[in-house]
Ligand binder design. Sequence first.
Ligand code: PLP
Length: 394
Amino acid sequence: MTKSPKDWKPQTRMVRGGMARSPYGEISEALFLTQSFAYDSAAAADRRFSGEDPGFIYQRFGNPTTQMFEDRLALLEGAEVCRATASGMSAVHVALQGLVRAGDHVVAGRALFGSCRWILSQWMPRFGVEVTFVDATDPAAWAAAVRPNTRAFLVESPANPLLEVTPIAEVAEIAHQAGARLVVDNVFATPVFQKPLELGADIVVYSATKHIDGQGRVLGGAILGGAELMTESYRDILRHTGPALSPFNAWVLLKGLETLDLRVRRQADNAVRVTEALASHAAVRRVVFPGRPDHPQANLIARQMSGPGNVVAFDLGDRARAWAFLDALGIVDISNNLGDAKSMATHPSTTTHRSMSESERLEIGLTEGWVRMSVGLEDAGDLADDVLQALDKV
Ligand SMILES: *Cc1c(COP(=O)(O)O)cnc(C)c1O
């Protein structure tokens, strides 16, 4: 008997999931660059708009190429529904806004991607939504932050930039006891190494800009979850506020998914090699990587993640040393992106996390000596040599 896509292993899902062939029988998924769709008759248009006929209406609502990307990622994540968005930030923004209204309260980890932190600390309060930031590694801190009006928890795990890990199953239980939904930003772990829905999360969000593209080309994002919640909380906000993903970008991301597993596993292997080089050098005070036994939460990582990801953080002591290291790199680029085929390193306190105040940065342990590196697909030996020669110049 032929297996149904739900019985496919992840790598098969990544290559074949969501494929909807046109009558031409193309092997590579078709790119439908069309904003709107024609109906056979006025009555057919009526049926389409009433929802009786499930076809496409307008690119802001859905598009065949975008839907192939959504269906493939949903199958990979084990979610009933995926909705693609124009960027990771539009995914995070909609994922939160769809769950709250004025007077509600949100709890979030205090170490977050910079723009996520801005939405919570600067934007949502303008609409009467209160936010509490907690130490995301500590379940007791989540429980203590709960109020009668708490509607959502936002977790980023591993978190940017110092790779702290949240016990997702425990925090999901606390959220559900409080009547709140748990949203997990799973970018650093990737769909290959962590399955938040299986751990109890209600919603998973991605910046597809990162590993899913993985070759530095396009922006994209996704929101995934159960059918009822996705429809209730997100269908209308996505249709009417317009964060739709371009079908061109959806096509690039769809092809990116085909090689995601291969790329992410190789990047993780390379990251292990790079962290060994870093840890061997006297200029490095501390290395943080989810794949190392000396990560403070190594036991939790072993339970919750099936691989370490490709992002590494390390402390060189002060800004002058961190900058000297970056400036001495020959292969690795100085750049704030991550998940790319090309390795890149950044100085978080003056780039990705500069909009935080110094005291906020110190609260998450981000001093000026830290460098964050996204390990790419180059030869691991070349990367280790590049890092070591740069450390020699620190
Ligand atoms: C990059 C990133 C985002 C934002 O994604 P964009 O595609 O740049 O909008 C959100 N969360 C995390 C963890 C990220 O790394």
